[in-house]
Design a protein around this ligand. Structure first.
Ligand code: ZN
Length: 397
């Protein structure tokens, strides 16, 4: 919890001002602020925005900072899942070390919060999650990490997984995951009953991976809507990817979005270039809370991605065909405040009384900052400078 005075920054691209932080919170925003004995930083007229939010990644999977992982596989989704589960330790993917590398890089690139799905399966038990919890503790005051207990390998088809998820939710996971009820378990009722049953038992929210496209994904969504209505879980369920919302049938998608808005289901998108993705502008018009994430960064699944939510804002902008400045600003909103909306982060924002979690951006305007490929000039977490010009002030293992 630090005290800091930052001079000459432009909140959200507006007029230059100063920000005074005491005990990790924003105490005042105004011109020519004075504070005796408080460290001063010069913001050099850069834009300031609240911390970027990485709302969908997998901190337990990345090979970031390790020797290049040669990917020579042509594989189905199931084959990729099985390969990773069986080979990850042999490859040397230590969950604590690798999550430290990815999380610190995200922080150096301006992120203040992460929601990470972490594999829970009958091969590794809770060991991967324990590595991420170690990282969460080590990075207290650098970046906040929320854990989703994620049945990557399937749930009802792998006996023992439900019990492990139950244990994970009692031992540090804040959110329960799920995955393709039809495509992975091939038992949508069994999968969703197990997920909603566990979430209800623990009183925890759900964030389910739904890669299922078109009518199959729409069917799985409708089964989720039924359960949300029956259990009164409005505002407690997020759907990650939601590729079915990128289907070409405008009216069918409109019907789904209407129910998503009514049930306050949150959508987390990666803007995946190779998939049909939800339109962030259409969801905005419907009043749906939308966050974004980089998903897996350089892992056994694929070589792509950067641990950088500004990179993700550009991908969202390109995939959604955005051109107008106001729409680019929305891509940035999804990668920052949208994440806080979806994750219900308390104390988030760039206002007096909020936690002093923010990043400076290079650019004349917010839209310019989205397209400009440049390091973040300064990143502040709870009033402490944690990175300068893209370089973390925290040791990277
Ligand atoms: Zn994912």
């Amino acid at each position: 919890m630090s005290n800091l005075l930052i001079r000459n920054v432009r909140p959200n691209g507006g007029t230059p001002t100063d920000i005074l932080i005491r005990n990790g919170k924003i105490e005042a925003i105004g011109q020519n602020l004075q504070a005796e004995g408080v460290a001063v930083e010069d913001g050099l007229g850069h834009i300031a925005i609240p911390g970027l939010v990485e709302a969908h990644t997998h901190l337990d999977k990345s090979v970031w900072g390790m020797p290049w992982h040669e990917n020579a596989k042509v594989a189905t989704l199931r084959e990729r899942i099985d390969f990773e589960r069986e080979k990850r330790l042999e490859i040397g993917i230590d969950p604590h070390r690798q999550s430290m590398r990815q999380a610190i890089q995200l922080a150096a690139n301006g992120a203040s919060h992460i929601r990470s799905h972490v594999d829970i399966d009958t091969t590794h038990g809770l060991a991967l999650m324990e590595g991420i919890i170690e990282t969460r503790e080590a990075l207290d005051g650098v970046i906040d990490i929320e854990i989703v207990a994620f049945p990557q390998s399937g749930l009802v088809t792998r006996p023992g997984t439900v019990e492990l998820l139950d244990k994970a939710l009692s031992n540090g996971a804040e959110v329960l995951g799920g995955i393709d009820p039809c495509g992975i378990d091939r038992d949508p009722k069994g999968h969703l009953d197990a997920v909603f049953g566990l979430a209800e038992k623990h009183g925890k929210p759900i964030d389910i991976h739904l890669h299922e496209a078109g009518e199959l994904g729409a069917f799985s969504m409708e089964m989720m809507f039924e359960r949300i209505r029956a259990l009164g879980m409005h505002g407690k369920v997020a759907i990650s990817h939601a590729f079915a919302l990128g289907a070409p049938d405008y009216l069918r998608v409109a019907g789904l979005i209407e129910q998503i808005a009514e049930l306050d289901v949150r959508i987390v998108t990666t803007g995946s270039p190779s998939s049909t993705v939800p339109s962030i502008m259409r969801l905005k018009d419907a009043g749906v809370k939308v966050a974004a994430g980089c998903d897996g960064i350089r892992d056994t699944w694929g070589p792509w991605g950067q641990p950088d939510m500004m990179d993700r804002a550009r991908i969202l902008g390109m995939k959604n065909g955005l051109r107008r400045d106001v729409d680019l600003e929305h891509a940035l909103y999804v990668c920052s405040t949208g994440g806080a909306d979806v994750m219900d982060i308390a104390g988030y924002g760039l206002d007096v009384g909020c936690d002093a979690d923010f990043t400076l951006l290079a650019g004349e305007t917010l839209a310019h900052a989205v397209v400009e490929v440049a390091p973040r000039p300064l990143v502040v977490k709870r009033g402490r400078v944690i990175a300068r010009n893209g370089v973390a002030e925290v040791a990277i293992p």
